[in-house]
Design a protein around this ligand. Structure first.
Ligand SMILES: Cc1ncc(COP(=O)(O)O)c(C=O)c1O
Length: 447
C-alpha cells in the first residue's frame, strides 16, 4: 500500500522514488519487488544488495522506445556486472559493452551472442584482446597504438578479420556530465586531433577492419539537451571519419552517460526530450548517405539499473556524540563507495536513504549514519532525517543498482562480502551468497 510519507522537506526526491513500482509498504515496513526487506535481510543476511528485475526490464523497454528508429541499446555491464542482471537485458534484445576480460566472461555467462558484445577500455591486456578474438565479439574499441599493434598481430595469428572502432576523445565535447571524460586531456581513446594517425595505424593492420567510432564524453548527464549536443557532435565526427576513410562507418557508439537523480534538487532525465532529440537525429541519419547505413547505439549503465537496486543494512548501535546523533550500521563504503560520496564526487551528498522498518514514523533531522570502517570517510548519511532507530532496524539506500558493490573497496578492513539478490514477481533468488572476503592465506600457512 502506498501513501505519502511525512518526510523531511528535503526528501521529496526520496518520496518520489518510493512511488516507483519496486517499492511497497505494509504496516510501516518497506517491501522491495514484492518482498518485505526485513525478510530479505533475515533470509540472506545483512548488509545486502537487492535488484528488482521488473524495474530493469521496464527501464530498458522505456529507453528502447525513446530511441526507436535512431539508436539501439547496449548495457554497460560495469554498472552491475551480475550475469543474471545482464541476462535480463540480453533476453530483451540488448547488447553488452564490456571493459575487461572478466566482464567479457560475464557477458558470455549472460548468454549474450558474441556479435552483440563490444569491448572498450583504456588499457586492454594481450590476454583480454586474445579472448575478444577467440570469441569473435562484435567490435573492439581501440584506445592506444599498442592495442592496435597487439590486436593486429592476434587477428593475423587467428587468421580472422576483427571489427574495430576507434574511441575518440572529442576536441569540443558537449558540456555536462558530472565526470567528464572527453574534451580535455584524457586516458580514454585517441584525441580527435590525431584521428588521421590512428586511422593510418589501423589501416596498416590487414586483419583489422575499421568500421566504427566510439565517443563517450561523460557520465551522470541529467539534461537531455546535453545528450543531444554530445550525440550531434559524435554524428558529425562519424561523417568526417567516414569521409577520411572513403566509406561510411558501420557502427557509431554514442557512449553511455544517461543520469539518474540522487540528491535533492536533481530531477529525472526528461525522456520525452530524449525521444525528441532521437527523432531529429534519426531524420538526420536517414538523409545523410554517410550515416544511413550505420548502426547507432548507446551503452548506458547507470540509467538502466541504478533505480532498480537497493543496498540494505541493519543498525548496530545508536549513540550521541557531543550533541550529534550517530547511527552505526553494519554496511558502509566498503560495499557502497558511491553512496559514501567517495567515488569521484566533488561534493559529498547523501544518497536517498530510508528507515525501512519504520516507514512513516516522524523523523529527526541531522543524523549521521556511519558504517563499520575505522575512517570518517565511512559515512553514508551526513545530516539525514531519520526516525528513532534501534539496533536491528533495517535501512535502505535507494538508487543503488549501479556502481555499487563492484565499484567499492571490498577488501578494506576485510569485512564479509554481502549477498546480492534478484527479486522478481514477489520472489527472491540469490545471485551471490554472503561470504568471507578472505582469500586462502597460503603464504602464512593458514590455508
Ligand atoms: C566506455 C563506457 N561506456 C559506458 C559507460 C557507462 O556509463 P553510464 O553508467 O554513465 O551510462 C562507461 C562508464 O564509465 C564507460 O566508460
Amino acid at each position: 500500500m502506498k501513501h505519502d510519507l511525512p518526510l523531511h522537506p528535503d526528501n521529496k526526491l526520496t518520496q518520489r522514488l518510493l512511488q516507483q513500482t519496486s517499492f511497497g509498504q505494509h504496516e510501516g515496513e518497506l517491501s522491495f519487488g514484492g518482498v518485505a526487506v526485513r525478510e530479505l535481510v533475515e533470509r540472506y543476511g545483512s548488509p545486502l544488495y537487492a535488484i528488482d528485475a521488473e524495474t530493469v526490464l521496464h527501464r530498458h523497454r522505456q529507453l528502447v522506445a525513446a530511441l526507436a528508429g535512431f539508436a539501439q541499446v547496449y548495457f554497460s555491464i560495469k554498472a552491475n556486472p551480475q550475469p543474471a542482471v545482464a541476462a535480463l537485458l540480453v533476453a530483451q534484445g540488448a547488447g553488452l559493452e564490456v571493459a575487461s576480460g572478466g566482464e567479457l566472461l560475464r557477458a558470455l555467462a549472460a548468454k549474450c551472442p558474441p556479435h552483440r558484445i563490444l569491448f572498450a577500455g583504456p588499457a586492454k591486456g594481450r590476454e583480454e584482446l586474445a579472448m575478444a578474438v577467440e570469441h569473435g565479439i562484435g567490435e573492439v574499441h581501440l584506445e592506444n597504438y599498442e592495442e592496435i599493434a597487439i590486436l593486429g598481430e592476434l587477428a593475423r595469428w587467428a587468421d580472422r578479420k576483427v571489427m574495430v572502432a576507434l574511441r575518440i576523445n572529442p576536441s569540443a565535447a558537449a558540456a555536462g556530465g558530472a565526470m567528464r571524460m572527453g574534451g580535455k586531456p584524457a586516458a580514454f581513446g585517441f584525441d580527435e586531433e590525431t584521428i588521421e594517425e590512428a586511422m593510418a595505424a589501423v589501416a596498416a593492420q590487414p586483419f583489422l577492419h575499421l568500421d566504427g567510432l566510439h565517443v563517450f564524453a561523460g557520465t551522470q548527464v541529467l539534461d537531455a539537451q546535453v545528450l543531444r549536443q554530445q550525440w550531434t557532435c559524435a554524428l558529425t565526427l562519424a561523417v568526417e571519419m567516414g569521409q577520411r576513410l572513403g566509406r561510411p562507418l558501420q557502427r557509431i557508439d554514442l557512449g553511455g552517460g544517461l543520469g539518474i537523480p540522487y540528491h535533492p534538487g536533481q530531477t529525472e532525465l526528461d525522456l520525452v526530450a530524449v525521444t525528441q532529440a532521437a527523432a531529429e537525429l534519426a531524420a538526420r541519419c536517414r538523409e545523410d548517405p554517410w550515416l544511413q547505413q550505420a548502426q547507432v547505439l548507446v551503452e548506458p549503465g547507470r540509467w538502466l539499473v541504478g533505480p532498480a537496486g537497493v543496498y540494505l543494512m541493519r543498525v548496530r548501535a545508536v549513540k550521541q556524540s557531543r550533541g550529534q546523533r550517530f547511527v552505526m550500521a553494519d554496511g558502509g563504503m566498503h560495499h557502497h563507495l558511491a553512496a559514501s560520496g567517495n567515488l569521484g564526487q566533488v561534493i559529498k551528498l547523501d544518497y536517498p536513504l530510508v528507515a525501512a522498518t519504520r516507514m512513516g514514523q516522524p523523523e529527526q533531522a541531522q543524523t549521521q549514519l556511519a558504517g563499520p570502517l575505522c575512517t570518517p570517510l565511512d559515512t553514508l548519511g551526513r545530516q539525514t532525517a531519520l526516525p528513532e532507530l534501534a539496533a536491528g532496524d533495517v535501512l535502505a539506500v535507494l538508487q543503488s543498482g549501479a556502481y555499487g558493490l563492484s565499484a567499492s573497496p571490498v577488501g578494506f578492513l576485510s569485512h564479509a562480502m554481502p549477498a546480492e539478490v534478484l527479486v522478481q514477481n514477489g520472489k527472491a533468488s540469490c545471485m551471490r551468497r554472503a561470504g568471507s572476503f578472505e582469500q586462502p592465506l597460503v603464504n602464512l600457512g593458514l590455508a
